[in-house]
Design a protein around this ligand. Structure first.
Ligand SMILES: Nc1ncnc2c1ncn2[C@@H]1O[C@H](COP(=O)(O)OP(=O)(O)OP(=O)(O)O)[C@@H](O)[C@H]1O
Length: 279
């Protein structure tokens, strides 16, 4: 279990993360969502102990997380936004290097690497250097590397950024399978479809403040399950309804071109962020 209490990060006078309180249960898949600069990466960096909080605390399974607590730190593994791998190393070498950093026995490194590369569909490419991998393969390799030390919690900072639709779906399937094996996952993403498909719960973060946490389904229900897009002279405006009949009535009465569809998490996000922007 991850518990963030009053977590705050200040860069000089600028508050990047403000009084963040959040509990993520063991085995939960949690998505931290927010516009650019909301404070998501800063939160992940504090969880990975790369950054120290200005105020507040992080507890993992009831124990305070500190840089010195190696045993506790090993429960967590992070996949950063940037590709942080040497271009001239093969997949096998990347995995071996990581294992050695953590003093794992060579036999264990080899066995676990093979299992992970196989699980991620990368085994056939194990002799390829990083330079020759596609962006999607590199991300998957970073997930494999992060899992080598058998962490209980995986932190993923925009794991599918820049991936094409197919590679993204493959990554989703991989993350779903990992979560089914009881891995706790905290992910940041700009793709609302990704969060809706993967996450048990999501939190909207804006200007360093965690505004709201809930299940995607409940957030959608609160806004209204049915959306009517109305194309007016000023552009497209969406209207939300709880009942289908109500939505159809609106659609029939509208003088504009209209379409009826299901409300998505992206609608909830846009409504939420739009409201905050108007504040
Ligand atoms: N080292 C730093 N010094 C000063 N300000 C910083 C530093 N690192 C981040 N910031 C600022 O803190 C805020 C939060 O940044 P952060 O990278 O956490 O946002 P984010 O939600 O991950 O954004 P994105 O979605 O664009 O990756 C931003 O305004 C950023 O400019």
């Amino acid at each position: 279990m991850i518990e963030l209490q009053h977590l705050t990060k200040q860069y000089d006078q600028f508050v990047a993360v403000s009084d963040l309180n959040l509990t993520i249960k063991t085995g939960e898949f949690f998505g931290l969502l927010g516009p650019n600069g909301a404070g998501k990466t800063t939160t992940i960096s504090m969880l990975s102990t790369l950054l120290l909080p200005t105020k507040g605390s992080i507890q993992i399974d009831g124990e305070p997380l500190t840089r010195k607590n190696d045993r506790l730190k090993r429960k967590l593994s992070v996949v950063t936004q940037e590709y942080s791998m040497r271009q001239d190393m093969t997949m096998d070498e990347i995995m071996e290097y990581q294992g050695r950093l953590y003093y794992m026995p060579v036999k264990k490194i080899r066995e676990r690497s093979e299992e992970l590369l196989d699980f991620c569909g990368l085994l056939n490419y194990r002799k390829r250097t990083v330079r020759k991998l596609s962006g999607g393969m590199k991300r998957k390799l970073m997930v494999c590397r992060a899992l080598l030390t058998e962490p209980e919690i995986l932190l993923l900072d925009e794991p599918t950024a820049g991936m094409d639709a197919l590679a993204r779906r493959q990554m989703w399937n991989l993350l779903k399978k990992l979560n089914q094996r009881n891995l706790t996952i905290l992910l940041t993403t700009h793709y609302m479809e990704e969060a809706e498909s993967l996450c048990d719960r999501v939190g909207f973060m804006c200007r360093g403040v965690l505004e709201e946490t809930d299940t995607p389904r409940h957030m959608i229900e609160l806004l209204g399950r049915y959306a009517v897009d109305e194309t007016t002279g000023d552009g497209v405006r969406s209207h939300y309804f709880s009942g289908k009949e109500e939505a159809i009535r609106y659609l029939s009465d509208s003088p504009w071109e209209t379409t009826l569809r299901s409300t998505t998490l992206e609608d909830v996000f846009l409504e939420h962020v739009g409201k905050l922007d108007r504040k």
